[in-house]
Ligand binder design. Structure first.
Ligand code: GLC
Length: 743
């Protein structure tokens, strides 16, 4: 067994030059803040702009590769830039290209207002990191921050100013293809990752976006996109105010508190009102309650989609509704640019609202330093991954892997064993997952077979192909989903392994040779047909550019896996939705009284998920003690005044090798004026411990952890007197508990 993996502080610190790992600073927002110091200039500039120029600032066109209604708008973009009637372009890549277009806007238009260039840099630009769902499984936001930092440096150097990330849609729907881009089913974990990724992209501090290695981030998709009925992408979301505020909104608030410069509206309706037309969420909550003064950008033709939603009568109506609801910039569709002047003349949009939207766009450009320095240094454009960025991606991938099963000590594979590698993904390059950036094409990943051969070292007996299995000591079966089954518009009604992979597993099982299944997938899968026959199962997700090496690092024990599931694995599709943060119902299933049949659940499947949220094994074992609260009582008023209570718990590595454990803290309010989930994650800490070592983990709980939002539309957060149960453990089924009293 190796050294249990490289210490977190070494690689990540080297990568980011920051010894201190996790984020600390909570400086005020960067780009979206009026105190960016350019308000006077912005007001003066708006005073000189024509209506056409103002409307132009609110227009974003796609440069290439568009598949939607906008298609490739290259020619239109150049023309509009020259007329000073364009605010932004997305999908333009390359320092030279962006400088050429920027030169047209800055040097040929009347006012010379620079363009802002956007791109989906979701988990890597050249260096493809694991998909966000994988990163969430690391239960270590530092992984996301490093991805953001590496991506920003590569992207900005190639002319990108603004990424449409992090995506922070909480979802209970593994059928939904975009679960791959999310951080899973819990708002607290998602919020921690949203804030960390934002800081990775933007840095911290008021002027951080001016740096040539940072990009503006975008909190998306606002809001509740992950609640799509049936897990069908773009589908209806009907949500109560309390669920909106307790489940879907918290990650966005965390991202904005971390200074996130922009927000993207979502395609779905929210209780009958499309998100692109929803003044309650876009204006009342986002811009008034949260005082967000950055840019709200529509999602691809989201303004135009108000027509098929049946909410706008025509393009002019769609533009009017979206602007008045709180959309500031229109991506790809051009309804505001086309109809805005008429709408203004007819008083259907107000000049004050138009100027506010323009001010937000200009503020973002100032925050990025584009007025002062609009061009990118072509000589400093980063050409590709470096050994350091590859190492960071490799470590992130290994840190994100979850050991779901390991019997008979099959893993880690001891040196000298004869290893047969089989399966459609064994030597596949389909490891980047959805939304791989430009690096996805240009820099293919290390395959699993290559990684295993490399790791097994000289003289190892690694064979490839089903024929070699009988002579092997252990078979590694590499299966999963190709990228075509994951991401946007890739929802699945069946979550089994596709294309005969289960048959392959059955054939390997029939040989009687112990085997390990490595899963490369972008969502939870139903594994019940074969999981009992495998000795070990490693969830490796879509692991990115160093995926094959990271899988081998874990299989051969150079890294001891410490990831945990950020999303429950259902036993069957019929069980969905199945998630840990559910309500108890009036008929909960009680394992202690199996005779009681009038309870919630199904006749034909177990009530529990195949694997629960927060679950993951290790090559060592851990013991987590009983939680100890600093107080047994605390006043609701004190909590509201900012008082906090500490919860301490000890964790010990009771095995033979070093490893990481993720200690998790869950709260439950058993009696409240709004029925509460049976558990809510309100603390996690990934702890590295040598064999026999122990540590004390401390959590701090405040009002935000012990209270909840009610159904009041104007937003009321309450902390109610009564008992609160606290659970700590290594998954959402944690049993160790204590109770405190809120008085
Ligand atoms: C897509 C996605 C969004 C992305 C945008 C621009 O449809 O919904 O996440 O940022 O279009 O590519």
């Amino acid at each position: 067994m190796g050294d249990g993996g490289v210490g977190r502080r070494t690689f990540l610190a080297a990568m980011t030059g920051s010894g201190a790992a996790a984020v600390a600073a909570t400086e005020p927002a960067a780009a979206g803040t009026a105190d960016g110091g350019h308000e006077e200039e912005i007001r003066a500039l708006i005073g000189r702009m024509t209506v056409a120029e103002k409307l132009g600032q609110l227009q974003q066109l796609s440069w290439t590769g568009a598949t939607g209604p906008g298609g490739s708008q290259t020619a239109a973009a150049e023309q509009a830039a020259r007329k000073g009637e364009l605010g932004s372009v997305l999908n333009i890549i390359g320092a030279r290209h962006s400088n050429a277009l920027q030169r047209i806007a800055v040097e040929e238009s009347r006012l010379g207002i620079p363009l802002v260039f956007g791109l989906d840099v979701i988990h890597g630009f050249w260096t493809t990191f694991p998909i966000p769902l994988a990163q969430a499984a690391a239960f270590d936001p530092e992984v996301a921050r490093v991805d953001g930092e590496v991506s920003a440096k590569e992207a900005r150097s190639q002319g990108v100013h603004w990424t449409f990330a992090p995506m922070m849609d909480v979802t209970h729907e593994p059928r939904w293809g975009r679960i791959a881009e999310s951080c899973g089913e819990d708002p607290y974990l998602t919020a921690a990752f949203a804030a960390a990724k934002t800081r990775g992209y933007q840095g911290s501090g008021p002027d951080s976006l001016k740096a040539k290695d940072r990009v503006a981030a975008c909190a998306k998709h606002f809001v509740a996109y992950g609640g799509a009925e049936g897990g069908r992408d773009y589908n209806t979301v009907d949500v109560s105010e309390s669920r909106l505020r307790n489940l879907y909104l918290p990650p966005f608030k965390a991202a904005l508190d971390a200074g996130c410069a922009t927000v993207m509206a979502s395609f779905n309706t929210l209780s009958g009102i499309p998100a692109h037309a929803n003044g309650h969420t876009l204006t009342e909550i986002l811009k008034e309650d949260w005082e967000f003064d950055g840019v709200v950008v529509s999602d691809w033709n989201g303004v135009g989609e108000l027509l098929p939603h049946g909410f706008a009568a025509d393009g002019a109506d769609a533009g009017r509704i979206a602007l008045n609801a709180g959309v500031d910039m229109e991506m790809v569709s051009t309804h505001l640019a086309e109809h805005g002047a008429r709408l203004l003349a007819d008083g259907r949009i107000k000049e004050e609202r138009l100027d506010d939207a323009v001010a937000r766009v200009l503020r973002l450009k100032h925050a990025l330093g584009l007025f002062a320095d609009p061009y990118v240094r072509e000589a400093q454009a980063v050409p590709g991954p470096t050994p350091e960025t590859r190492r960071a991606a490799r470590e992130a991938a290994a840190r994100s892997m979850v050991l779901l099963k390991n019997e008979g000590g099959v893993l880690p594979i001891a040196p000298g064993k004869a290893v047969a590698v089989v399966g459609p993904f064994a030597d596949s390059r389909d490891l980047h997952g959805t939304w791989a950036g430009p690096g996805g094409e240009k820099f293919p990943p290390v395959t699993v077979l290559h990684g295993i051969r490399d790791a097994a070292g000289r003289g190892a007996r690694v064979t490839y192909g089903v024929g070699a299995t009988k002579a092997a000591d252990v078979v590694v079966v590499v299966v999963g989903e190709g990228v075509k089954l994951s991401g946007e518009a890739a929802s699945r009604s069946d979550l089994g392994l596709p294309e005969g992979q289960e048959e392959l597993i059955r054939a390997v099982a029939a040989t009687g040779v112990p085997f390990v299944v490595v899963l490369l997938n972008g969502r939870p899968l139903t594994v019940g047909n074969w999981v009992d026959s495998a000795s070990a199962v490693l969830e490796a997700w879509h692991p990115g550019i160093e995926g094959g090496n990271a899988v081998a690092d874990v299989l051969f024990g150079r890294v001891n896996p410490g990831g945990k599931l950020p999303v429950s694995f259902p036993r069957t599709v019929g069980q969905i939705p199945v998630h840990y943060n559910h309500e108890n119902t009036g008929r909960p299933y009680d394992p202690k009284s199996p005779g009681n049949t009038f309870v919630t659940g199904y006749l034909d499947v177990d009530r529990t998920p195949q694997f629960p949220f927060g679950y993951g094994l290790s090559y060592t074992t851990f013991e987590i003690g009983e939680p100890r609260a600093s107080v047994t009582r605390i006043g609701a008023a004190e909590l509201k005044r900012g008082e906090r209570l500490e919860v301490e718990v000890s964790v010990r590595n009771t095995g033979e090798v070093a490893g990481d454990e993720v200690v998790q803290l869950y709260v439950h309010d058993p009696v409240a004026s709004l029925v509460q989930p049976v558990r809510r994650l309100r603390g996690f800490e990934r702890v590295a411990l040598g064999a026999g070592e122990s540590a004390d983990v401390r959590f701090s709980l405040g009002a935000e952890d012990l209270g909840f939002w009610t159904n009041a539309v104007d937003g009321r957060f309450v902390v109610e007197p009564g008992r609160i149960e606290l659970f700590v453990g290594s998954s959402s089924t944690a049993g160790a508990s204590c109770t405190i009293e809120v008085s």
